[in-house]
Design a protein around this ligand. Structure first.
Ligand code: HEM
Length: 477
């Protein structure tokens, strides 16, 4: 036993020395204040346990109170500068590719594929970003996509009876919409089996990217290979049709195939695979959260219903396709969508990496360090939004209520060169869904459900509701 005491003492002394050295380096380098937590794991466990609860705010609040809105932490294996400051967040977003580079965890990069827009860099990224925008901007939605969005939403709602897992159904709708938009395929067995593989791919996003250690990751890699093969088959088929001049379809795949960049099949597959994830996961979550927040806020729901009942009453055939002017007249709905994005924060922020030593606000962020620009921290800060933590869609009726100039602090779709190219499309899909949903159904919550934020924002039970067509008898709970 006697030999144990000196061993323990020297271990303890080494740990103290290491800690002192780290703290000293921290000060000498003029890093933002903060704590790097325990060796190796840093503050990851505190972050995960906060985000697995329905109230993750204390994790950020405590650190902001102690260190200010820009602080250092250590999460997911790396020291990270965390920003809860809107100006700093804008600076990070606008300097993409100059001072900062986008940076995703290994599991996400491997599953997305190196030719996805999210991982592209430089001039190719710039070109492909505007290419993607051109397939999701207002003019394209108005002239081409709106009709399919409305048709596919109605088709899905027609099959709803009694109990519905809203999150799952919303995912089905947005997946079908994205497949249609990318490659003009209508829903069927093929889309459904592809969607099931996608679920497995997405589950692998937040795992250790080591096949030996994680079954979820192994399963995700296998599912990705199946998805890629299914998409590659479509690409090959369409290439053959293009070459013979038999059929030229004017959709995103058609444009990729005829691009002057002469993309290979692998490049096209990676590009579409990632768009399918980016496009459908996010929008379906916002649909679910909008319905949840409205259900929890009866006054807002009543006002939204009123707006949509009026639009419906004005139309000579309410079941005919919605027009762009109908969408444009959904003023209160836009407030609901903004507020859902603000409170829901489904993309709570973005990771970047410093490309060189960066001096800012008297601090130095060392080259290679990670930064996290937190949208969530800003959106839920009472300095920027009055009564920031409650759902209040009416705040968007006056810009001052929303926090002065919302563009400066409100950024659910990011900003700068990587700003979400689907921002308008997402808003239209949610609005059309709400129109068809509230004019067709009344509903009650089937089981209490709560929001959690890790690994992604979702409701724990996929938000089960019982729906009844509005022309039928009311639901007795
Ligand atoms: C409510 C729905 C959505 C939200 C909240 C959202 C949010 C975001 C955010 C914050 C980013 C920036 C990521 C970064 O800077 O690293 C982003 C990027 C992206 N989004 Fe969305 N998005 C939504 C819907 C969509 C849709 C419908 C599409 C389909 C076109 C889409 C496609 C993309 C793509 C491809 C990127 C990567 C852009 C790039 O790296 O250049 N998103 N999204």
């Amino acid at each position: 036993m006697a030999f144990l005491l000196p061993l323990l003492c020297s271990l303890f002394l080494s740990a103290v020395c290491l800690w002192l050295l780290r703290e000293l380096r921290h000060r000498v380098r003029r890093l933002p204040p903060g704590s790097l937590g325990l060796p190796f794991i840093g503050e990851t466990l505190q972050l995960i346990s906060a985000y697995k609860s329905d109230d993750p705010e204390p994790f950020i609040d405590r650190r902001v109170r102690r260190y200010g809105p820009i602080f250092t932490t250590h999460v997911f294996g790396e020291p990270t500068v965390f920003s809860a400051d809107p100006e700093m967040n804008r600076f990070i977003l606008l300097n993409e590719g100059k001072l900062f580079d986008c940076s995703y965890p290994g599991s996400i990069s491997n599953l997305l594929g190196k030719h996805s827009l999210l991982l592209m860099k430089g001039s190719l990224h710039k070109r492909m970003h505007s290419f993607t925008m051109s397939f999701a901007n207002s003019a394209t939605i108005k002239d081409h996509l709106l009709v399919d969005i409305d048709r596919l939403i109605r088709l899905n709602l027609d099959s709803w009876t009694e109990r519905v897992l809203l999150m799952e159904q919303a995912k089905k709708i947005t997946f079908e919409l994205t497949v249609k938009q990318l490659m003009s395929l209508d829903p069927g067995e093929w889309t459904e089996s592809l969607r099931k593989e996608y679920v497995l791919v997405i589950e692998g996003f937040f795992t250790l990217p080591v096949r030996l250690l994680s079954t979820t990751y192994r399963r995700a890699i296998k599912a990705r290979a199946k998805v890629a093969e299914a998409l590659a088959e479509v690409v090959r088929q369409r290439r053959r049709e293009n070459e013979t001049g038999l059929k030229m379809i004017d959709d995103m795949l058609g444009a990729l195939l005829s691009s002057a960049d002469h993309f290979s099949d692998d490049q096209i597959v990676d590009f579409m695979l990632a768009l399918l994830i980016a496009g459908h996961e996010t929008t379906s979550t916002i649909i679910t959260l909008a319905v949840k927040f409205l259900t929890d806020t009866p006054l807002a729901l009543a006002e939204l219903k009123e707006e949509h009942d009026q639009i419906r009453a004005k139309r000579s055939d309410p079941e005919a396709a919605l027009e762009w002017s109908d969408y444009k007249s959904m003023a209160f709905t836009q407030c609901v969508v903004h507020e859902t994005l603000r409170v829901g924060n489904i993309i709570s922020g973005i990771f970047r990496r410093a490309m060189s030593d960066i001096s800012i606000r008297g601090y130095t962020i060392p080259k290679g360090w990670k930064l996290f620009a937190s949208f969530r921290a800003v959106h839920l800060d009472t300095q920027h939004f009055k009564d920031a933590r409650s759902f209040n869609p009416w705040r968007w009726q006056s810009n001052s209520e929303a926090g002065g100039s919302p563009g400066n602090v409100y950024m659910p779709f990011g900003g700068g060169p990587r700003m979400c190219p689907g921002f308008e499309l997402a808003r239209v899909v949610v609005s059309v869904f709400l129109h068809r949903f509230v004019t067709r159904f009344s509903w009650v919550v089937a089981e209490e459900d709560k929001l959690v934020f890790f690994p992604t924002t979702r409701t724990q039970k996929k938000y089960p509701i019982i729906v009844r067509r509005r022309d039928e008898a009311p639901i007795l709970k």
